[in-house]
Every structure is written in structure tokens, then in C-alpha cells.
Design a protein around this ligand. Structure first.
Ligand code: XMP
Length: 510
């Protein structure tokens, strides 16, 4: 089935992906394309949204695409830079603003319009720009203003073209989603036909015809993406999907056996490969973080390659790649640049990487992956799991790595995570874990002096891991967790809580 499709032209705004997520939340399919690569088949798109941009329209190197095939021919919503772009090149005027135009503002309506159905006067919107629209373009009609921005929303008479100086996609624009719905559904007539159920049905059908009777191999990590990808493939090709779940010895306590059981319970054709000894032997005594990562990557490829070879006639490698990994991004500084991650199926790579690639999730954002998983009845705990780094606990043990340190950290981490769950804090935290520090400090236990390890607990809020803030966990929780760790984990006599945000700190300590 061909879905109604919305084209989002990216001018390099930090918020472009947010526009796409808001549109998808309305059950409308959309794609992001760079402004300088407008797709050829515009007949496939039912409406167009122009994003914001870090550029000034007045700058010579600013994006100035030719929109003549779109403007007036498709319903169009121009956001921020888009709104200024329309004004600047179509008979209006854009100039540096001399009042503050960043942050919250309140809308007042100048003219009634379907764009504002269900939105009340005074609705909060989010401004983020330094130029301002001094005069509307030819045939422009003012729809709304704010205290500091006269031309906050306008439309072009005689076209289905709307423009907003503020950002409806940002959560701080409280009625932003309603406004997008008004434009897309009521004004542009786009159908809301993109649902998790429709995605599952169509993807399973596509996978069936693409893969036929071919065998597919997939590496499960215990994380959300690979698990949902496996479930979709399993629905499509059943036993022809060969899943491999590798224990690198650096997973959380009991994770390998628990998650393996869960996978088996889901009916997956999964092989658990316990390669802990191979990883830990290779890592013994290594302290440099990048060396640890390289060793783990190399050993993983060796193990996976061996296992993939053992499957006769396997043709495909499935990956849990998601949409943010494949969107071509527009550089905010050096003009348009395509920084797309790609898979290079060329010589010199391990055999399994020469397989054809299938990526069933590459159209989805992370939150959509979870919704798709839920619609297939997958376990809530599996779908709600925190992200966990590929190199696992190795990059949470600062300094040289030994089996004993892995054991200590697994115990500490298990207490921390179980307590987050029992205090119902786990789902409020984006990622949490414990770090084993390379310092011993003095303590007393009973009458005895101790000289033992220190651990740091870290819990952060984030949306994508690029920026993060530490979570204000209740003191009582920290107190109980610290006591439990020191009482139960032999070798640890001190617990600290990490209160650094990213940037400048990173989430992992190595
Ligand atoms: P940082 O420490 O860079 O982490 O703030 C951001 C996110 O990335 C994860 N992370 C990794 N994931 N291999 C991975 O698969 C790695 O080497 C790696 N290093 C960091 C980290 O857990 C966080 O979610």
C-alpha cells in the first residue's frame, strides 16, 4: 500500500527530526530530504514542510533552493527559516531583529483561519531566530502575531501555502501538534494511515517477497532495535531467520541467560553463544578504552563470522538500523554535506559482511520501533530497556580489566538497576549504570579498617544520548542503594553519585 507521504525539506535546523517525529505521531508518513536534493517524483508527496536553519536568508552561502515545482502546486508549510525564505525572495523583507526573539511567546490571532482550529488565544509558541520578517511576501496575509514578532504566522492568498516564524515541532509550542494536524489533515487533506499495525503488515509482506526461501542471519544484542527487527523477520520467514546472541562476558548480571530465555519464549530460532572466555582472555589487563573497544569489536566479528559460516547457504545479514542513522544531514556550518552512514560490502571484510543487507527498521524512529514492538505483543520490559553500550561493562571499568572486576561491577549494577525498578524510577531514566573506579579508599567495617574499591552511579535523562542531564534521584533512594551495595558487594566500601551533565562530561566514563 502506498501511504500518504509528506516531504520535509531540511535546511539544517537542529529541530528537523522533531518535525518528522511530530508528523509521524499523527500517524502520517513523512521523509526528510536535504534542501539541495529535492526528490524527483514529487507526485509521491501530498504536502511539503520547510524546516528552520542556522543560516540567515540574507547570507550568500545560505540555502536558496528552487521551489518552483512545489510552491503553489503542493500544500506547503514553511517553518522559521522557511517562512523567512518565502518572504525574502517573493517581494517581502527580512532584516536583523532588534528585539529578543528567542524562547517562549504567546500568539494573538489577527485573522481567523482553519490553521488555528482548537487553539486558544495566548497559546504558547517557541521562537528561535535572529532575523525577522519586516514585510510579508506578495499576496501574503497576516494570521497571527506575538508581543515581539508582528509577522508570526501568515498565508499566501491564492495558494495553500502557510508560514510560521515559530517552531510548532518543539514541545514548548504547546499546541504545535494540533497546528501541524490542522495544516496536514484539515487543510492539506493528508490521510492518517501510518500506524504500527499497518507498518507490521506491510513490512512482513515486503520481507516475504524480498527474501522468499532465503536464509537470514541476525545478531541479537538484547536491545530494542535488534529484538524488534528479529520479531518482524520471524513473522515473515520463521525458521529461516537464524539469530545469534553472543555473550561477551561483559553483559549485566544474568543477562545472557535471562534474555536468551526470553528470545526462545518469543519463538525465535536463536543460538546463544557463550564466548565470555574468548573476550575476557583478550581483554585481561588492557586499560586503554579505545583498545578495549577495538578488541571487543574484533573478537565479536570473529565469533559472529564463525557462527554465520556454520549456517549453510545463508544469503542475508539483517541489521537493526533505524531512521536517524540513514537520514542525510545538512551541515550547519560548511554548507550542504552528506554524512550518511553506509555499509560497504567490499573485499577485506569478514565473510558475513559480504552478505546482502536487510534493514526492516530503517524507516522508523526509536519511539516508533517501540510502538511497532508493542503492536506485535512484545514484552514491555524488553521494549523499555535502557540503551547499553556494545562494549558493555568493559568501558565502565576504569583502568585494567579483570574477571574479578567484572564480577564486582555486575553485582553493583544489578542492585542499582533492580532498585530503580522497584522504586518505579527505571522508566523515568533514559540510561543508568555503575562505574568501577580505579581507586581504593579507606573505610571501617565493624572494628576493621578496609581499603577497597569505589563505585560511581550514573543515571541520565536524554532523548538521543547526544546531550544528557543527570537525574535528580531521591536522596532516600540513593541512601538505601548505597547501603545495600556496601553491605552486599564484597570489595566495595564507597559509593558516589555522578552529577555531571553532557556536555561537557560524557555518559560513559571511558
Ligand atoms: P557517551 O559516553 O559518548 O555515550 O556520552 C552516548 C551513548 O552511547 C553509548 N556508547 C556506546 N555504545 N559502543 C556502543 O555501542 C560504544 O563504544 C559506546 N560508547 C558509548 C552510551 O552507552 C550512551 O548511550
Amino acid at each position: 500500500m502506498q501511504h500518504n507521504n509528506v516531504l520535509i525539506l531540511d535546511f539544517g535546523s537542529q529541530y528537523t527530526q522533531l518535525i518528522a517525529r511530530r508528523v509521524r505521531e499523527l500517524n502520517i508518513y513523512c521523509e526528510i530530504h536535504p534542501y539541495n536534493k529535492i526528490p524527483n517524483h514529487l507526485e509521491n508527496y501530498h504536502a511539503v514542510i520547510l524546516s528552520g536553519s542556522p543560516f540567515s536568508v540574507r547570507a550568500e552561502n545560505a540555502p536558496h533552493p528552487d521551489l518552483s515545482n512545489i510552491r503553489g502546486k503542493k500544500p506547503m508549510l514553511a517553518v522559521c527559516y522557511g517562512a523567512q525564505y518565502l518572504a525574502h525572495f517573493s517581494g517581502g523583507e527580512v532584516a536583523p531583529s532588534n528585539t529578543r526573539e528567542y524562547g517562549r511567546a504567546n500568539l494573538s490571532f489577527v485573522k481567523e483561519d482553519d490553521l488555528f482550529n482548537g487553539i486558544s488565544k495566548g497559546s504558547q509558541v517557541w521562537m528561535s531566530h535572529s532575523d525577522t520578517i519586516k514585510a510579508l511576501p506578495t499576496n501574503g496575509e497576516l494570521l497571527a502575531s506575538t508581543h515581539d514578532v508582528e509577522n508570526a504566522a501568515y498565508k499566501i492568498n491564492g495558494e495553500t501555502t502557510y508560514a510560521l516564524q515559530f517552531h510548532p515541532e518543539v514541545y514548548h509550542s504547546t499546541d504545535g501538534k494540533q497546528l501541524l494536524e490542522n495544516f496536514l489533515v484539515n487543510i492539506a487533506g493528508v490521510k492518517q494511515d501510518w500506524t504500527p499495525q499497518s507498518f507490521v503488515e506491510e513490512t512482513v509482506d515486503e520481507l516475504k517477497s524480498k527474501l522468499g526461501n532465503d536464509k537470514v542471519v541476525l545478531g541479537l544484542s538484547g536491545g530494542v532495535d535488534s529484538s524488534v527487527a528479529a520479531m518482524l523477520l520471524h513473522k515473515a520467514i520463521g525458521e529461516n531467520l537464524y539469530c545469534i546472541f553472543v555473550n561477551n562476558g561483559l553483559l549485566r548480571k544474568n543477562e545472557f541467560t535471562d534474555v536468551l530465555k526470553q528470545y526462545e519464549g518469543m519463538g525465535l530460532n536463536v543460538k546463544g553463544v557463550d564466548a565470555s572466555a574468548r573476550f575476557l582472555d583478550a581483554l585481561e589487563g588492557v586499560s586503554d578504552p579505545e583498545k578495549k573497544r577495538k578488541i571487543i569489536g574484533r573478537v565479536f566479528i570473529e565469533v559472529f563470522d564463525d557462527e554465520a559460516h556454520a549456517i549453510k547457504d545463508v544469503k542475508w545479514l539483517a541489521q537493526g538500523t533505524i531512521y536517524p542513522d540513514v537520514i542525510e544531514s545538512v551541515s550547519a556550518t560548511g554548507g550542504p554535506s552528506a554524512t550518511i552512514k553506509s555499509h560497504h560490502n567490499v573485499g577485506g571484510l569478514p565473510d558475513f559482511m559480504k552478505l546482502k543487507i536487510v534493514e526492516p527498521l530503517k524507516l522508523l524512529f526509536k519511539d516508533e520501533v517501540r510502538r511497532v514492538g508493542a503492536s506485535m505483543g512484545m514484552d514491555k520490559n524488553l521494549l523499555g530497556r535502557h540503551p547499553f553500550p556494545g562494549p558493555g561493562l568493559a568501558i565502565r571499568i576504569l583502568g585494567d580489566l579483570t574477571r574479578e572486576k567484572v564480577r564486582i561491577l555486575q553485582e553493583v549494577d544489578a542492585i542499582f538497576i533492580n532498585n530503580l525498578k522497584s522504586w518505579e524510577l527505571y522508566d523515568q531514566v533514559w540510561q543508568a549504570g555503575a562505574m568501577l573506579l580505579p581507586v581504593n579508599s579507606v573505610g571501617v567495617m565493624g572494628d576493621e579498617r578496609t581499603y577497597e574499591k569505589c563505585v560511581a552511579l550514573r543515571a541520565v535523562e536524554s532523548t538521543d544520548g547526544m546531550t544528557a542531564d543527570w537525574v535528580n534521584l531521591p536522596y532516600e533512594f540513593l541512601q538505601k542503594t548505597s547501603n545495600e551495595i556496601i553491605n552486599k558487594v564484597k570489595g566495595v566500601n564507597r559509593v558516589v553519585y555522578d552529577i555531571s551533565s553532557k556536555p561537557p562530561a560524557t555518559i560513559e566514563w571511558e
